[in-house]
Design a protein around this ligand. Structure first.
Ligand SMILES: [Zn+2]
Ligand SMILES: [Zn+2]
Length: 171
Protein backbone atom coordinates (compact mmCIF):
# COMPACT_ATOMS: atom_id res chain seq x y z
CA UNK A 1 0.00 0.00 0.00
CA UNK A 2 2.00 2.95 -1.33
CA UNK A 3 0.89 6.47 -0.35
CA UNK A 4 1.86 9.50 -2.41
CA UNK A 5 3.29 12.18 -0.13
CA UNK A 6 4.19 14.77 -2.77
CA UNK A 7 1.32 17.14 -1.85
CA UNK A 8 1.95 17.28 1.89
CA UNK A 9 5.71 17.51 1.43
CA UNK A 10 5.17 20.79 -0.43
CA UNK A 11 3.23 22.55 2.32
CA UNK A 12 3.74 22.75 6.07
CA UNK A 13 0.68 21.95 8.15
CA UNK A 14 -0.83 20.03 5.26
CA UNK A 15 -2.65 16.83 6.21
CA UNK A 16 -3.81 13.86 4.19
CA UNK A 17 -6.49 11.46 5.36
CA UNK A 18 -5.96 7.75 5.20
CA UNK A 19 -8.68 5.21 4.72
CA UNK A 20 -6.96 2.25 3.18
CA UNK A 21 -7.48 -1.45 2.89
CA UNK A 22 -4.38 -3.51 3.39
CA UNK A 23 -4.70 -7.09 2.29
CA UNK A 24 -2.08 -9.16 4.08
CA UNK A 25 -3.78 -12.59 3.96
CA UNK A 26 -1.51 -14.04 6.65
CA UNK A 27 1.51 -13.40 8.84
CA UNK A 28 3.73 -15.71 10.81
CA UNK A 29 5.03 -14.67 14.18
CA UNK A 30 6.97 -16.82 16.63
CA UNK A 31 5.71 -20.02 15.05
CA UNK A 32 2.11 -18.84 15.13
CA UNK A 33 0.05 -18.21 11.98
CA UNK A 34 -2.29 -15.26 11.88
CA UNK A 35 -4.76 -15.47 9.01
CA UNK A 36 -6.57 -12.26 8.19
CA UNK A 37 -10.14 -13.15 7.28
CA UNK A 38 -10.66 -9.74 5.69
CA UNK A 39 -8.31 -6.90 4.69
CA UNK A 40 -7.08 -4.66 7.49
CA UNK A 41 -8.58 -1.19 7.42
CA UNK A 42 -6.27 1.70 8.26
CA UNK A 43 -7.94 5.01 9.14
CA UNK A 44 -6.00 8.10 10.16
CA UNK A 45 -3.89 11.00 8.99
CA UNK A 46 -0.41 11.97 7.89
CA UNK A 47 0.46 15.55 8.83
CA UNK A 48 3.38 17.71 7.81
CA UNK A 49 4.45 19.42 11.05
CA UNK A 50 7.11 21.42 9.13
CA UNK A 51 9.95 19.24 10.44
CA UNK A 52 8.75 15.80 9.53
CA UNK A 53 5.57 13.84 8.86
CA UNK A 54 3.42 12.47 11.66
CA UNK A 55 1.39 9.37 10.97
CA UNK A 56 -1.47 8.71 13.39
CA UNK A 57 -3.89 5.91 12.57
CA UNK A 58 -5.99 3.07 13.83
CA UNK A 59 -5.87 -0.36 12.23
CA UNK A 60 -8.88 -2.65 12.45
CA UNK A 61 -9.74 -6.03 11.05
CA UNK A 62 -10.38 -9.62 11.86
CA UNK A 63 -8.09 -12.61 12.03
CA UNK A 64 -8.18 -16.33 12.58
CA UNK A 65 -6.06 -17.72 15.38
CA UNK A 66 -5.72 -20.98 17.27
CA UNK A 67 -6.79 -21.36 20.88
CA UNK A 68 -3.74 -21.82 23.10
CA UNK A 69 -5.56 -24.47 25.15
CA UNK A 70 -7.78 -26.52 22.82
CA UNK A 71 -6.21 -25.63 19.43
CA UNK A 72 -9.62 -24.75 17.98
CA UNK A 73 -9.50 -22.10 15.26
CA UNK A 74 -11.61 -19.01 15.80
CA UNK A 75 -11.80 -15.43 14.59
CA UNK A 76 -10.96 -12.51 16.80
CA UNK A 77 -11.03 -8.75 16.18
CA UNK A 78 -7.81 -6.93 15.36
CA UNK A 79 -7.47 -3.36 16.61
CA UNK A 80 -4.35 -1.37 17.31
CA UNK A 81 -3.02 2.17 17.02
CA UNK A 82 -0.20 3.27 14.75
CA UNK A 83 1.88 6.32 15.61
CA UNK A 84 5.03 6.99 13.63
CA UNK A 85 7.29 9.81 12.56
CA UNK A 86 8.19 9.64 8.88
CA UNK A 87 11.42 11.23 7.72
CA UNK A 88 12.77 11.44 4.21
CA UNK A 89 16.14 9.79 3.78
CA UNK A 90 17.78 13.12 2.98
CA UNK A 91 16.31 14.76 6.10
CA UNK A 92 17.79 15.15 9.56
CA UNK A 93 17.86 11.68 11.06
CA UNK A 94 19.49 11.15 14.42
CA UNK A 95 20.82 7.59 14.54
CA UNK A 96 19.05 6.60 17.77
CA UNK A 97 15.60 7.89 16.86
CA UNK A 98 12.75 5.53 16.20
CA UNK A 99 11.46 6.77 12.87
CA UNK A 100 10.33 5.43 9.54
CA UNK A 101 12.60 6.52 6.73
CA UNK A 102 11.20 6.89 3.25
CA UNK A 103 12.75 7.92 -0.01
CA UNK A 104 11.37 10.11 -2.74
CA UNK A 105 7.72 11.07 -2.40
CA UNK A 106 6.11 7.84 -1.30
CA UNK A 107 5.89 5.67 1.78
CA UNK A 108 4.87 2.02 2.00
CA UNK A 109 2.18 1.69 4.66
CA UNK A 110 2.11 -2.10 4.52
CA UNK A 111 5.48 -2.38 6.20
CA UNK A 112 4.40 0.03 8.95
CA UNK A 113 1.14 -1.85 9.48
CA UNK A 114 2.98 -5.18 9.72
CA UNK A 115 5.63 -3.90 12.14
CA UNK A 116 3.00 -2.39 14.39
CA UNK A 117 0.97 -5.59 14.27
CA UNK A 118 3.95 -7.48 15.70
CA UNK A 119 4.34 -4.89 18.46
CA UNK A 120 0.68 -5.25 19.44
CA UNK A 121 -0.09 -8.91 18.89
CA UNK A 122 -0.77 -11.06 21.93
CA UNK A 123 1.25 -14.24 22.24
CA UNK A 124 -1.71 -16.31 23.33
CA UNK A 125 -5.36 -16.39 22.36
CA UNK A 126 -8.14 -18.32 24.05
CA UNK A 127 -11.37 -19.32 22.27
CA UNK A 128 -13.14 -18.39 25.49
CA UNK A 129 -11.95 -17.21 28.89
CA UNK A 130 -12.73 -20.51 30.63
CA UNK A 131 -11.69 -22.88 27.83
CA UNK A 132 -11.06 -26.25 29.46
CA UNK A 133 -8.55 -27.31 26.84
CA UNK A 134 -7.66 -30.81 25.76
CA UNK A 135 -7.04 -33.80 28.02
CA UNK A 136 -3.29 -34.13 28.07
CA UNK A 137 -3.57 -37.93 28.03
CA UNK A 138 -6.18 -38.79 25.37
CA UNK A 139 -6.63 -35.43 23.65
CA UNK A 140 -10.40 -35.19 24.22
CA UNK A 141 -11.74 -31.67 23.93
CA UNK A 142 -12.91 -31.17 27.51
CA UNK A 143 -15.26 -28.38 26.43
CA UNK A 144 -17.33 -30.93 24.52
CA UNK A 145 -17.07 -34.11 26.54
CA UNK A 146 -15.35 -35.69 29.48
CA UNK A 147 -12.97 -38.59 29.32
CA UNK A 148 -12.14 -41.28 31.85
CA UNK A 149 -8.46 -40.52 32.13
CA UNK A 150 -7.00 -40.37 35.58
CA UNK A 151 -6.09 -36.78 36.12
CA UNK A 152 -4.01 -36.52 39.21
CA UNK A 153 -3.34 -32.86 38.62
CA UNK A 154 -6.34 -31.77 40.71
CA UNK A 155 -5.59 -31.40 44.39
CA UNK A 156 -8.14 -33.60 46.28
CA UNK A 157 -9.08 -30.66 48.48
CA UNK A 158 -10.05 -28.67 45.40
CA UNK A 159 -11.96 -31.65 44.03
CA UNK A 160 -13.97 -31.78 47.28
CA UNK A 161 -14.66 -28.09 47.00
CA UNK A 162 -15.72 -28.54 43.38
CA UNK A 163 -18.23 -31.19 44.52
CA UNK A 164 -19.69 -28.81 47.09
CA UNK A 165 -20.02 -26.06 44.49
CA UNK A 166 -21.68 -28.47 42.06
CA UNK A 167 -24.16 -29.59 44.75
CA UNK A 168 -25.14 -26.07 45.71
CA UNK A 169 -25.51 -24.86 42.13
CA UNK A 170 -27.67 -27.77 40.96
CA UNK A 171 -30.24 -27.36 43.74
ZN1 LIG B 1 -10.13 -23.27 23.51
ZN1 LIG C 1 -8.50 -38.12 28.55
Amino acid sequence: MIVDLSDILKNDEETISLNNSIDLSSLEFMGEDFIFTKPLQMVGTIRNNSKNLELEAEVKGEMQVRCARCAKEFTTPVSYPVSEILIREDGEISPDSDVVIFSGYEVDLTEIVVNNFFMNVEGRYLCKEDCKGLCHICGTDLNESQCDCETDTIDPRWAALAEIIKDTTTE
